[in-house]
Design a protein around this ligand. Structure first.
Ligand code: RIB
Length: 294
């Protein structure tokens, strides 16, 4: 099955800082790097490097950033035929501060992503969407799709709950899970499994929760599983969640179940934290399988 990504395309400006700024605080950055990103584009490249045949629906502005991002994705063998170029609006941009421990803060200026219309969505294969584009566009694509619908409900947007009923596999991190489930902070696998069961919108829905250094959990039917993370010291966590989602989509499209797919997606996300930026950090499948070898 092919993987179709419906999502955002951004140019990321990544600023290295010793410590992330608190509210009202000014901090000085060291290195400043412009790299390709956006949750949709990141997930498209992660899935392609995992070996999937990938197409993407998205929007860029009629500017040099848009042309650059289209070229980056095409260079990763992502089918960019569904990416529209919109006049009079800039390509999406993200300002990202990364601290010495690899943690980050991200502010996104959506630009063209906010204008991605439902009519530009496609309807075949497995579809994977995130929330940096209009929710109506995602709803229309899920309604039209005959294949499995995967939703990475990030960033946390309360109104996105309306999409959950039409989602086959819901993917959230522990903070998003706490927000959507209106649960207290989630600190470990057992709490994540309990909250994911509460969040499930229909009995067939599978819910996957990423837990950073604690790996990921999934609930499906009456079952639940926890796949621990690779033990690794992160250098830059930007795009690690996207890497997990893109890799997971590629593996599900191949026919793997969650028990087989989660450890591989975890390993991909761990490797992603070893390189600065999002798209440049997405690992090739061979590297992921080598990291999992005993
Ligand atoms: O998840 C990381 C991504 O979030 C960045 O690439 C940035 O563009 C924002 O979309």
């Amino acid at each position: 099955m092919d993987v179709h990504i419906l999502g955002s395309i951004n140019v990321d400006t990544i600023l290295s800082v010793d410590a992330l700024p608190a509210a009202g605080e000014t901090v000085l950055a060291g290195q400043v790097t412009r790299l390709p990103g956006g949750k949709g584009a990141n997930q498209a490249v992660a899935a392609a490097r995992m070996g999937a045949r990938v197409s993407m629906t998205g929007a860029v502005g009629a500017d040099t950033d848009g042309a650059w991002m289209r070229g980056v994705l095409a260079g990763e063998e992502v089918d960019v035929g569904g990416i529209v170029t919109l006049p009079d609006v800039p390509t999406g941009a993200a300002m990202i501060a990364v601290d010495a421990a690899g943690e980050n803060q991200i502010i996104v200026a959506p630009g063209a992503n906010a204008l991605l219309a439902p009519a530009t969505a496609q309807d075949s294969g497995l579809i994977l969407a995130q929330l940096e584009i209009p929710l109506d566009t995602i709803a229309a694509a899920f309604a039209a799709s005959a294949g499995p619908s995967l939703l990475n409900a990030a960033p946390f947007i309360p109104a996105a709950r309306a999409l959950f009923a039409d989602t086959d596999i819901l993917i959230v991190n522990q903070h998003e899970l706490a927000g959507y489930a209106e649960a207290p902070a989630i600190s470990g696998p057992a709490e994540a499994i309990a909250a994911a069961r509460m969040l499930r919108a229909h009995p067939q829905q599978q819910v996957v929760v990423t837990l950073g250094g604690q790996g990921a959990v999934a609930v499906f039917g009456d079952e639940a599983l926890h796949a621990p993370a690779l033990s690794i010291t992160p250098r830059d966590t930007v795009g690690a969640g996207d890497c997990f989602c893109g890799a997971l989509a590629a593996l599900i499209a191949e026919g793997l179940d969650l028990a087989a797919a989660l450890p591989i997606a975890n390993a991909a996300a761990a490797l992603c934290t070893q390189t600065v930026g999002a798209i440049p950090a997405m690992p090739a499948r061979a590297a992921v399988m080598a990291a999992l070898a005993p």
